[in-house]
Design a protein around this ligand. Structure first.
Ligand code: ATP
Ligand code: MG
Length: 400
């Protein structure tokens, strides 16, 4: 069956910032040595909102890959590729659109949110509504089971799971599924012998809805079953035998919604970012100019860290000792705001130093990036073709 595999992507719509780093890239770096990882430049997704000015996409593609490498993504371990270079993304998106109920897309929270937030853009397009489904196609094309993303993307991974289930349910039916499931369960090894025995008995009572439900509940309870094994078994139970597309889950970091300079979510569109390779002078200036608790007008006024965006950055950058020092100093007016900001400035600069170093060779020789992406696109496409063979066959589109 399918091994756990990581798929994630980012849109080339401008410079990456520390929100991308703490929210997502740190997870990419952690996962790349444990799993097969596919990291995608989501240029088709960029088109859903930047279709009226495509120049930003072109400008950002290569620079974004350098940012990933700067953050510690290792092209020798992970596959880095461009979405539009693997046309199977578009094909799977189209095929999945045939079985996607419209309300599933209309109720995704980012849909209405973004339309409101980006009011100057006309997002009343077919492509924008299909944004989460395109993301489902991205994930399912590689049979990705683990999807490291920021908090706002979680509903998109959920929809992906629902689509996979629906697909397996509609197209994964197989005759003699009980026997096949039994064989597959046996193959998974004897370690969880008892559970498998139990499930096997239940499988044999095919059509028994109650048995199916209790088997599902049992699986959900089994903490020590690996995610992949659990999803595989769910797939059998739900799909009636053959799992063509696996179910995926989101992976979040502790800063899955990293705040920006004003305390709101750090985001390109809010102008509250520090970019990954921002020069040290600008970093220092931006943090020095951050607003603080509005009640602290004078140095002698006491403040409340909970009302200060700098405090949120201390959560990311400071040790417990420093945070104690902040609380003590702020609430007694023992320290000034500029003093309080210094450890954050130091933290950001220290974090960025190795990033500049890792980026340097790629900035000096742009062919390095071009070549590693070309290799990545080829590897991605091989796997995509494999999945599409199964998908086409399941949907009755294989005629030879
Ligand atoms: P921005 O939010 O700056 O406009 P974006 O949302 O357009 O960037 P995407 O390509 O949509 O960029 O997002 C890339 C990934 O980074 C997504 O998984 C998203 O959840 C995550 N992300 C973006 N901003 C943050 C943040 N402030 N904290 C945590 N994760 C974030
Ligand atoms: Mg976003």
């Amino acid at each position: 069956m399918f091994p756990d595999r990581v798929l994630s992507g980012m849109r080339p719509t401008g410079k990456l910032h520390l929100g991308h780093y703490h929210g997502v890239l740190k997870n990419w770096v952690r996962l790349q040595s444990e799993y097969e990882c596919f990291f995608m430049v989501a240029d088709l997704h960029a088109l859903t909102t930047a279709y009226d000015d495509v120049s930003v996409i072109e400008k950002s593609v290569w620079d974004m890959v350098i940012d990933w490498i700067a953050a510690g993504v290792d092209p020798a371990q992970a596959t880095i590729f461009i979405q539009s270079r693997v046309p199977e993304h578009a094909e799977l998106h189209l095929l999945l659109s045939m079985i996607t109920p419209l309300p599933w897309l209309e109720r995704v929270p980012t849909y209405k949110d973004q339309i409101e937030k980006l009011a100057s853009k006309d997002l009343g397009t077919y492509g924008f509504l299909g944004y989460p489904l395109l993301q489902s196609a991205d994930i399912l094309l590689y049979r990705g089971t683990l999807v490291p993303v920021g908090e706002d993307q979680v509903p998109h991974v959920e929809i992906t799971r629902e689509i996979a289930r629906r697909f397996n349910h509609m197209f994964g039916k197989e005759p003699n599924f009980a026997e096949k499931a039994e064989a597959a369960i046996k193959k998974m090894g004897g370690k969880k012998g008892k559970l498998y025995e139990e499930l096997r008995t239940r499988y044999q009572q095919e059509g028994d809805v109650e048995a199916l439900e209790s088997a599902r509940a049992m699986l959900a309870d089994t903490q020590n079953l690996s995610h992949g094994d659990r999803e595989r078994l769910f797939g059998f139970l739900e799909g009636g035998g053959k799992m063509i597309l696996p179910e995926s889950q989101p992976l979040l970091t502790s800063a899955s919604r990293m705040p920006g300079l004003d305390g709101a979510k750090m985001s390109k569109s809010y102008g509250n970012t520090i970019s990954l390779r921002e020069d040290p002078e600008t970093v220092t200036r931006k943090i020095r100019q951050m607003p603080t608790d509005p009640a602290r007008v004078r140095r002698t006024d006491v403040g409340n860290p909970e009302k200060c965006p700098v405090w949120q950055l201390h959560q990311v950058y400071s040790t417990e000792d420093t945070r104690d020092w902040v609380v003590q100093g702020c609430t007694t007016a023992g320290i000034g705001c500029i003093e309080c900001k210094q450890p954050v400035i130091d933290g950001v600069l220290a974090e960025q130093k190795p990033m500049f170093e890792r980026a340097q060779p790629y900035l000096e020789d742009p062919t390095l990036v071009r070549n590693l992406v070309a290799d990545g696109c080829e590897r991605a496409r091989d796997l995509a073709r494999e999945t599409m063979r199964d998908v086409r066959e399941a949907m009755g589109l294989a005629y030879d």
